[in-house]
Design a protein around this ligand. Structure first.
Ligand code: KIV
Length: 275
């Protein structure tokens, strides 16, 4: 457990705190989370910011693609995370199909998601093409996190899970994407699967906090899907940019096997568990 006052935030983490971290060069950690109990465990470790990612489609619901998750599903998950998050900031993904059609659709979906979950920031995928949506959401009083580089909701349009920004043209496009989301009023921006050198250059010039995943060490913060961070389930394949910091999948399987054995043998429940 992290020491209170050192790693665990003592007051509510605000966007202004993340801007201060950027100015000071203090790195911080974002972690995905999808439920109350797990979020409490991560909040006790001092995680500053939770992302209720639409990666829940894969790791919670077992869908093939993030495009399959609904606003209802995201709202239920996010509400649990908010209740467990303590002082941390909670960002929630706008699911595929709930914001692309128009500014009005985006504002309606985002306000519903925030109202039902109590989350603090909405995230959407896309750079320059989503600038009008970001501006509309900002005008509606919402804080927005943009997501550029590889954008999983467009995996088919991007022809698969590919590093973005590798050619001169693609790098220029990524620079334009970040400028556009900043100008539109985004409060923070995720870079996914971008060459580390390019991410470092863009992050240094970017006035808002940058969060990397597969984007090297020079963004202001890092984000990981928690099941990747803790190796759950133990036998899953992980992308190259992931490091597992614990073997929680193995621990869970061992605990379940020990429970099953105790039930089979009749050693659980024991006298001390009985009324
Ligand atoms: O949904 C998600 O988990 C994300 C992260 C990969 C950034 O968007």
């Amino acid at each position: 457990m992290a020491e209170a006052g050192y790693l665990v935030p003592q007051k509510k983490v605000r966007l202004s705190d993340l801007r201060t971290y950027k100015a000071e060069g203090t790195r911080w950690a974002m972690l995905t989370s999808y439920d109350y109990s797990t979020t409490r465990a991560f909040a006790a470790a001092g995680i500053e910011c939770f992302l209720v990612g639409d990666s829940a489609a894969n790791v919670i619901f077992g869908y093939d693609s993030t495009t399959q998750i609904s606003l209802d599903e995201m709202a239920f998950l996010a509400a649990g995370v908010v209740r467990g998050a303590g002082k941390a900031l909670v960002v929630v993904d706008l699911p595929f199909g709930t914001y692309e059609a128009s500014d009005e659709q985006a504002v309606r979906s985002a306000t519903e998601l925030i109202r039902r979950s109590g989350a603090h920031v909405v995230k959407l995928e896309g750079g320059e093409r989503m600038a009008p949506r970001i501006a509309a959401l900002s005008r509606a009083g919402l804080a927005v996190c943009a997501h550029v580089g590889f954008t999983p909701q467009s995996v088919d349009a991007l022809s698969g899970f590919k590093v973005q920004g590798t050619s001169e043209d693609a790098a220029a496009r990524l620079r334009r994407d970040v400028e556009a989301v900043v100008d539109a009023g985004a409060a923070m921006v995720v870079f996914e699967m971008v060459p580390a050198e390019l991410a470092a250059e863009i992050s240094a010039a970017c006035p808002i906090p940058t969060i990397g995943i597969g984007a090297g060490p020079h963004t202001d913060a890092q984000v990981l899907v928690w099941q990747d961070m803790a190796a759950v389930p133990a036998d899953s394949r992980r992308p190259r940019f992931v490091q597992s910091f614990g073997e929680a999948g193995q621990l869970l399987s061992e605990a379940a096997a020990a429970y099953k054995k105790a039930v089979r043998e009749g050693s659980f429940p024991a006298a001390e568990h009985c009324f």
